[in-house]
Design a binder for this molecule. Structure first.
Ligand SMILES: Nc1nc2c(ncn2[C@@H]2O[C@H](COP(=O)(O)OP(=O)(O)OP(=O)(O)O)[C@@H](O)[C@H]2O)c(=O)[nH]1
Ligand SMILES: [Mg+2]
Ligand SMILES: [Zn+2]
Length: 306
């Protein structure tokens, strides 16, 4: 091959998937070859873990991502400054992870379920550290978990120290891009470690760092067996939904759906309006009151912010 042809070949565009991102540097999958380091142009600044991209080698022996291929969806959150930040792209399933210590925050679980609905992604609820359940779980917590089961979510109890519950989760991950979400210290990386025996993930060492230290610093995509992908992501203190509306909020409470059409007003927010079928269903016990109360809390929060 002439030098010219070689140069041309090198400039061929390849497809790959973003494994992780450090500032402007990306690690991109390269078929059977080891992943390749790429830089990206400023206009592609929103590229995220899980994106399918086109990349090409350039004359200097580096590689550049030239295009982000169309996304199925993107999980974004609002930063404390109020700007949206993309956590990961092209996700099929959110693994919404809580633990018995730090304690579960059911409002936060609800928020991730709303996000999953918006992304048209499935959601699985994981409650980790089941070794601490007996000591920590209150009647309110047990009701919260039962409520999720009653409205059709899979709830999996896991003990990442022993591996209990891990196989049940594994079965539900096949042929999907799964992402762990949840607060720092709940054990996302500890669970992920069971799926990645050959890689050593960073797991928080409480004895050194104390509870609630952020260990995982950047979202990273791993390719597992059975066409499953797994993204381990850093815990966030408080997940805030981006571009929330009253409609999106009530859509996220899937158990409201059968009643909404019977509300008197078609823009009913299920708060103070007369003849609200959702409120009636709460009163009769068909909709869980704690879930409804959390919905109301989120609605009032949202109204206060706009
Ligand atoms: N008792 C108990 N401890 C656990 C369990 N799973 C994880 N841990 C501990 O919880 C701590 C936090 O675990 P990580 O896996 O680092 O948590 P993480 O969710 O990945 O945290 P970030 O990366 O900061 O978001 C570690 O000290 C783990 O050893 C469990 O099932 N039971
Ligand atoms: Mg982690
Ligand atoms: Zn209503």
């Amino acid at each position: 091959m002439s030098n010219k042809t070689v140069a041309k070949c090198n400039r061929k565009k390849h497809t790959g998937r973003v494994i992780t991102r450090f500032g402007s540097e990306l690690l991109v999958s390269n078929g059977d070859q080891p992943p390749i380091r790429c830089t990206t142009k400023r206009k592609l600044d929103h590229v995220a873990c899980g994106d399918h991209v086109l990349w090409q080698a350039n004359q200097h022996g580096n590689a550049t991502v030239s295009q982000i291929l169309p996304r199925k969806n993107a999980l974004t959150r609002r930063t404390y400054r109020g700007t949206p930040k993309t956590i990961a792209a092209n996700v099929d399933q959110l693994l919404v992870t809580s633990s018995w210590l730090p304690r579960p925050i059911w409002e936060l679980v609800d928020r991730y379920l709303i996000a999953a609905g918006q992304l048209q992604a499935n959601a699985i609820i994981i409650i980790n550290k089941s070794d601490l359940e007996q000591k920590q779980a209150t009647a309110i917590d047990k009701k919260a978990l039962q409520d999720y089961r009653d409205i059709g979510y899979s709830v999996i109890a896991i003990n990442a120290l022993t591996g209990e519950g891990v196989d049940e989760l594994r079965q539900l991950m096949n042929a999907k891009t799964n992402i762990f979400v949840g607060r720092s210290g709940v054990g996302k990386s500890s669970i992920a470690q069971h799926f990645l025996p050959d890689i050593e993930l960073l797991v928080n060492d409480i004895s050194q760092n104390g509870e609630g230290q952020h260990t995982t610093t950047t979202a990273t995509l791993y390719n597992l067996e059975n066409d499953a992908y797994l993204i381990d992501s850093p815990g966030v203190r408080d997940y805030a939904l981006d571009e929330l509306t009253a409609r999106k909020l009530s859509d996220g409470y899937r158990e409201f759906a059968p009643y909404i059409q019977d509300c008197r007003f078609n823009n009913c927010t299920h708060n103070h309006e007369p003849k609200c079928a959702v409120r009636t269903a709460v009163k009769s016990g068909e909709i869980s009151n704690p879930r409804y109360q959390r919905y109301l809390g989120a609605l009032i929060n949202m109204e206060n912010m706009t």
